[in-house]
Design a protein around this ligand. Structure first.
Ligand SMILES: CC(C)(COP(=O)(O)OP(=O)(O)OC[C@H]1O[C@@H](n2cnc3c(N)ncnc32)[C@H](O)[C@@H]1OP(=O)(O)O)[C@@H](O)C(=O)NCCC(=O)NCCS
Length: 184
């Protein structure tokens, strides 16, 4: 039987499993500004995003249930995605990744979604630590990580090829984390 991520409701958001209808978010995954600090995209063809969605379905089949779509409760519109990846069940940690479509930036949605997912991973999935990495230049993301209570741990030098350098140079990234015992 296919396992599904838990649906999590916050004040303004429904954070729920990914559906194929979320392909409507192609406008965001093809937007160079949204993926500026990502190692993937921008998608130039909708089939590239569908491939990603199919990979998420494969993950669900394999019991990996930490990929969600962020939906606006008021309208039912999908506005972004959030996941926990690079998981170590042995060491009870994982890495938080997320993005929001540009039309919705600046409303506190990323902060609201991240807090809810971190709470879920600590309270129900048994994690003890969640970390996140982001390009040193990604000020909006770093602000979100601070707002959700993550602490700056340091810089991973020349860690990733990101779109901001057209994936031609390795970029430094900053790493932030929060522990279960300090999250509230
Ligand atoms: C980073 C991102 C998820 C933020 O989403 P969001 O819903 O706008 O985030 P929030 O509204 O919760 O918070 C954004 C914060 O960053 C601040 N911010 C935005 N742009 C900024 C900038 N250029 N410099 C400094 N702070 C900035 C906002 O003012 C806000 O902080 P505040 O509440 O103290 O005013 C969104 O911009 C995004 O999807 N970017 C592209 C993908 C990405 O970078 N993902 C994260 C990878 S780890």
């Amino acid at each position: 039987m296919i396992k599904e991520p838990k649906t999590i409701e916050t004040e303004r958001l429904v954070i729920r499993r990914v559906y194929s209808t979320d392909i409507t978010l192609f406008g965001a995954t093809s937007d160079p500004e949204v993926v500026k600090y990502e190692p993937w995209g921008p998608h130039t063809d909708v089939t590239q995003f569908m491939e990603y969605i199919n990979q998420v379905f494969d993950k669900y089949e394999n019991g990996d249930i930490t990929e969600w779509t962020i939906e606006l409760e008021e309208t039912g519109d999908p506005i972004g995605m959030i996941n926990v990846h690079n998981i170590s069940p042995t060491h009870k940690h994982g890495e938080l990744g997320f993005w929001i479509a540009k039309d919705y930036w600046g409303n506190g949605y990323a902060t609201e979604a991240c807090k809810a997912i971190i709470y879920h991973t600590f309270a129900e999935l048994g994690f003890q630590r969640i970390h996140s990495i982001t390009a040193s230049e990604n000020l909006a993301c770093k602000r979100v990580l601070e707002k959700i209570g993550m602490k700056f741990e340091g810089t991973l030098r020349q860690y990733m090829y990101l779109n901001c350098t057209k994936r031609k140079e390795l970029s430094d990234v900053n790493i932030y984390s929060v522990l279960k015992k300090e999250f509230n």
